[in-house]
Design a protein around this ligand. Structure first.
Ligand code: GLA
Length: 346
């Protein structure tokens, strides 16, 4: 884009319907991009990135070229800085960020910011390429070894659909959300803490299990008997059973069998609670309440866990109450350029 070009981009957050802690093991996930997100509006030019955000007290003001993005202050600027470094950006940006995504909720506000920054600072590209760049940037910014789910659905989401993503082949297939289903996100009231070592520990444990039985993506539950360490066996059992639930859940959505879909969500939550141990009392209590609420088909923690949100599948029009925020969300298209004639994300 020419020097001084106007920029207006939007990136959604995401909610994962099922397929948790499977992406970094080459597994299956079924997230959707949601109608809450981040807009960056501004003008390219100069040799600094200067952004204010309505979600943050401190602005970001970083000179180009970027040194080590992990050292940028305030910390939210690291995602923007890492994206600029990833793109080798030589042209700055002055602008504002507006967010409707609650921070620390597990709805991927950091990835939405990174994908929006990719579009604001670069020229977009196919969703898979954008997603891979964003993941590299996020790892440079935080050191957390995440998978590609969030970046892929935020870049490539399809309105009215969840995306069945194969994180091994990086192919995806839109699965329609039935018209008689409503997706509700409920905050547990507990701020999510992902940057700690718990996420990296889970990944390392899954990799240790793989070194015994081979790729978890290809393993059956009975293959896991070869793992003698009970903790590693439980971690692997979550991943293997969760991949199966994603396939069954996608089939249930296609058949409009919301009772079956809801049961799979509850089963998935139990697996995250007991086998993967990423739930909390607040998340468990919320899921338990929802499980006995008329009109709720099923519910489970969504995202990495350790706090954050629960996702529920309900009858349309059902109004739920939660300990913190409650959002009825729609599946929307992935990130896009809103400036007329501007580049798109794919
Ligand atoms: C976080 C990561 C994702 C995924 C989920 C758990 O959201 O960013 O890549 O691993 O946790 O499913």
């Amino acid at each position: 884009m020419s020097d001084g070009g106007a920029v207006r981009v939007w990136a959604p957050g995401r909610v994962n319907l099922i397929g948790e802690h499977t992406d970094y093991m080459g597994g299956l996930v079924l997230p959707m991009a949601v109608d809450l997100g981040i807009t960056i509006e501004g003008r390219r030019g100069g040799d600094r990135i200067t952004l204010t955000s309505d979600a943050e007290a401190q602005p970001v003001d970083i000179p180009l070229p970027i040194g080590d993005p992990a050292l940028v202050q305030p910390a939210w600027g690291r995602f923007v800085a890492a994206m600029a470094a990833e793109l080798g950006a030589t042209e700055g940006l002055v602008g504002t960020i507006a967010s409707t995504l609650p921070k620390g909720s597990g709805l991927s506000s950091s990835t939405a910011l990174t994908v929006a920054a990719a579009l604001a600072l670069g020229d977009g590209g196919p969703p898979v390429e954008t997603a891979q760049r964003c993941l590299r940037a996020e790892i440079a910014a935080t050191g957390v070894p995440g998978g590609l789910m969030d970046q892929l659905v935020i870049s490539g989401g399809v309105a009215g659909h969840a995306l069945l993503i194969d994180c091994r082949s990086l192919t995806f297939e839109p699965v329609p959300i039935p018209l008689d289903a409503q997706v509700v996100v409920l905050h547990s009231g507990q701020h999510r803490q992902l940057a700690g070592s718990a996420y990296a520990d889970r990944r390392a444990q899954c990799e240790a299990a793989e070194s015994i039985v081979g790729p978890l993506r290809d393993a059956t539950l009975s293959d896991l008997d070869a793992i003698t360490d009970p903790l590693l066996r439980r971690r692997a059992r979550h991943v293997v059973s969760e991949n199966g639930r994603v396939v069954a859940f996608a089939a249930a959505l296609r058949d409009d069998d919301l009772v079956a879909a809801g049961a799979l969500m509850l089963e998935g939550h139990r697996s995250l609670r007991d086998d993967f141990e990423v739930s909390t009392d607040a998340l468990d209590g919320l899921v338990q309440t929802l499980a006995t609420t008329p009109g709720v088909h099923g519910a489970r923690l969504t995202g990495a866990g350790f706090g954050g949100c629960v996702v529920a599948l309900t009858e349309p029009g059902l109004e739920l109450e939660g300990p913190a925020g409650v959002w009825i969300v729609q599946a929307v298209d992935g990130a896009r350029n809103l400036a007329a004639g501007g580049p798109t994300s794919g």
